[in-house]
Design a protein around this ligand. Sequence first.
Ligand code: HEM
Length: 372
Amino acid sequence: MSATGAGGGASQPLPYDPAYETPEPDEAETTAALVETMRGIAETTYQDEGVPLRSVHAKSHGLLRGRLQVLEGLPAALAQGLFARPAEYPVVLRFSTNPGDLLDDSISVPRGLAVKVVGVEGARLPGSESAREQDFVLVNAPVFAAPTAKAFLGSARLLAKTTDTPQGLKKAVSAVLRTAEAALEAVGGQSATLTQMGGHPNTHPLGDSYFSATPFLYGRCMAKFAVVPVAPSLLALRDRKVSVSGRPDALREEILAHFAAQGAEWELRVQLCTDLAAMPIEDPSVEWPEAMSPYVTVARISAGAQPSWSEARSRAVDLGMAFSPWQGLAAHRPLGAVNRARRPAYRMSSAFRAERSGCPMHHPRSADELPI
Ligand code: HEM
């Protein structure tokens, strides 16, 4: 298939067509099995910790309040959905790592960043009609490890099996995997499985760039999102290794140290789909080539100096809030089977927290309603 953008040039954004989304074989069964697997992880960690945690990305390292400013003068192709006109919104940022249990930070795993933009007006996604949020759920890699929801189910089941294994064993495995990963990277490879299981380089979360990895509608077209550090103090942390020895909450401490003294700034960028063959909608393990369609800045996110983690913030955000790609504007509808499968899984996981804690999820509609 070689659909290109309107006007035939590869640099033109390609208008969305429902034919670009194709159901995955056994998609309904896979989705149900993912929900069940994720529920199993949450049940296990609830028994261990006595508090309900997210099925994945359970541990938070930074919980920040900031602002998102949509840039002025965006060209029509970029001035879509949330970014249709210049505006400023309050945001909540949640930095996490991907396991479902609360691990010692010496077990080095991929990082996540969730952004909730508050007070957003416009036609909404089904299921999020009464909210005024636009969430962005991102990881520190431009691609998702699994090409299909079914393939992800395989890894999720593996992850579910390691939930609950003793920390000591996980630490040992992580140290071995990190060495294996470094050796593999030295010869030009990177193994998704090794990285997910604890072989991720232990970088500073504030130096990393974060990506949606999966595609979304962008008005009439399609795009992926990224949040990229731009403040010099963040750029100085790029690829900086965090010392984790004897520091179970090293990442939290590093972020606290940063925000004790200074703020931060990131750019929110979009990568428009201009060619379906090179930039597939249904396989998020394919990196869309930046040579064909570079990420372009549409907004700036800033956060001032603040106490970036506390028990009170954790109760408010980890326990009392939920981030989901399905909480947002219809103009940014998540696309593809992996995104479709996420919808009931995120709903189940946040409902589990609400059920066990007895507190419904908090959906702030304005700055006044922000819990941090
Ligand atoms: C079928 C695929 C996926 C499933 C079943 C799944 C499932 C989940 C679940 C159940 C949660 C917890 C939600 C909550 O309790 O509030 C979660 C959170 C998260 N997921 Fe996924 N996920 C999938 C794909 C992805 C992808 C492609 C990304 C890449 C960006 C991603 C990144 C994250 C992040 C960063 C969080 C933490 C959000 C927060 O801080 O609240 N997930 N996922």
